[in-house]
Design a protein around this ligand. Structure first.
Ligand SMILES: Cc1ncc(COP(=O)(O)O)c(C=O)c1O
Length: 394
């Protein structure tokens, strides 16, 4: 066969995603769109805020010479300066434009970071439950994933993290608000993760990056300020995007911000520039860079997602599903009523309700359901959830 053995193996390991996708299409064809309750996808439902169209229109009308040309790899200097200004305000850390690289979404940013810091077989610690794509990103960038676990509130288990970090560890990836749990890591958790990293650095005489993947940072449903990583560890990097907060997932625009207090940041930034270019991204989409520069303080109407969270979380817990209340993103990650999450998902599918088994997030025994869907989907799924719960727990 002409394709890589490695890629074939990776595709097989993620085949449940493809299977679910195909089954979803098949079920819709048989039963009609309105009778299938698909909670399996994380595709942002809300359209971009009105400011997006206004800004896009303004830039199209203006179309200054050079708008569509190449620019420095890291992005237009004035865009990076604007991103840095707002990030500095929000985080309390003194960013300048030179600490920011515009990227092709958060996914492009994470791949760029990993390519820049990993040698072959270097290790990256993930904390389960985690976004399943990380494993493939790490492998593509020649690394190896090592998995630490969370406690019962889906916060990093520090003892597990300490055991998992070894002499080959180059990075720990955290993700808050988390996909799939929706949990926001409080300041104390981030401080504890950073302290564990620093103890490991001392023990092994190494340098370890804390990478924080934050595409849901502005989708939070509490009033508490978002806990940033920068004050806790000098070697810290944020990867984020406007896929969710501005509803621009298909436009592939995001950024990476490097801790201005990292003593090795000049080297790191050089490496990030090089990797962004040679991974084939070259630079982030030019027009979108300019658009989001003016939208750093804008978001979709987060209250709509909060109401959907309340509706869905309320409906599941009323039935009896055990679930940590999510305070951000647009997912719930309840316990499967039976230990075999794939069997549970198959039973639910018979009721035309589609969710993703926890095994896809490194955490069997649970399932992820997304509530970035129309309310009728959440409401329509309730009967199926109730029937399968009763059937499996009686
Ligand atoms: C946790 C997490 N990280 C990264 C990504 C990729 O984001 P983007 O589409 O902005 O590249 C996603 C997308 O769903 C995600 O859920």
């Amino acid at each position: 066969m002409a394709i890589s053995r490695k890629v074939r193996e990776q595709m097989n390991n993620s085949s449940w995603i493809r299977r679910m996708f195909e089954q979803g299409i098949e079920l819709r064809n048989i039963h009609g769109n309105q009778n299938v309750f698909d909670l399996s996808l994380g595709n942002p439902l809300l359209e971009p805020p009105p400011e997006f169209k206004a800004e896009l229109q303004r830039l199209i009308d203006e179309e200054a010479p050079g708008t569509h040309r190449y620019m420095p790899q890291a992005g237009f200097p004035e865009v990076r300066a604007k991103v840095a200004e707002v990030l500095a305000e929000e985080s309390g850390t003194a960013f300048t434009g030179s600490d920011v690289l515009m990227t092709v979404g958060a996914a492009g940013g994470i791949n760029t970071i990993l390519r820049s810091i990993l040698d072959k077989d270097d290790e990256v610690v993930l904390i389960a439950p985690f976004f399943g794509e990380y494993v493939f990103y790490v492998e593509h960038q020649t690394g190896v994933s090592k998995i630490a676990t969370c406690d019962e509130n889906w916060l990093p288990d520090i003892a597990s993290l300490e055991e998992t970090i070894g002499p080959r560890t180059r990075a720990v990836i955290i993700n808050s608000p988390n996909n799939p749990t929706g949990v926001i890591y409080p300041k104390e958790s981030i401080a504890a993760v950073a302290a564990a990293i620093q103890r490991a650095e001392e023990k092994h005489g190494t340098e370890i990056y804390l990478i924080s993947d934050e595409p849901y940072r502005k989708l939070i449903y509490t009033d508490a300020p978002y806990p940033f990583i920068f004050e806790h560890h000098p070697r810290s990097i944020v990867a984020t995007s406007h896929s969710k907060d501005l509803g621009l997932a298909g436009e592939r625009i995001g950024y990476v911000a490097v801790n201005p207090n990292d003593p090795g940041k000049a080297d790191l930034l050089d490496a990030l520039n090089f990797s962004l270019r040679t991974l084939g991204f070259v630079n982030a989409p030019a027009l979108m860079q300019r658009v989001v520069a003016g939208l750093q303080r804008a978001t979709v109407d987060v209250d709509i997602y909060r109401k959907k969270r309340d509706l869905f979380y309320g409906s599941l817990t009323k039935i009896g599903y055990e679930c940590v209340q999510p305070d951000g993103a647009f997912f719930v990650f309840p316990k499967s009523p039976i230990p075999d999450d794939t069997e549970f998902v198959a039973e639910l599918q018979k009721e035309l309700v589609l969710v993703v088994p926890g095994v896809g997030f490194g955490t069997p025994g649970y399932f992820r359901a997304s509530y970035c869907v129309e309310d009728w989907v959440i409401e329509g799924a309730a009967d199926g959830f109730e029937k399968v719960f009763a059937q499996l727990t009686s």
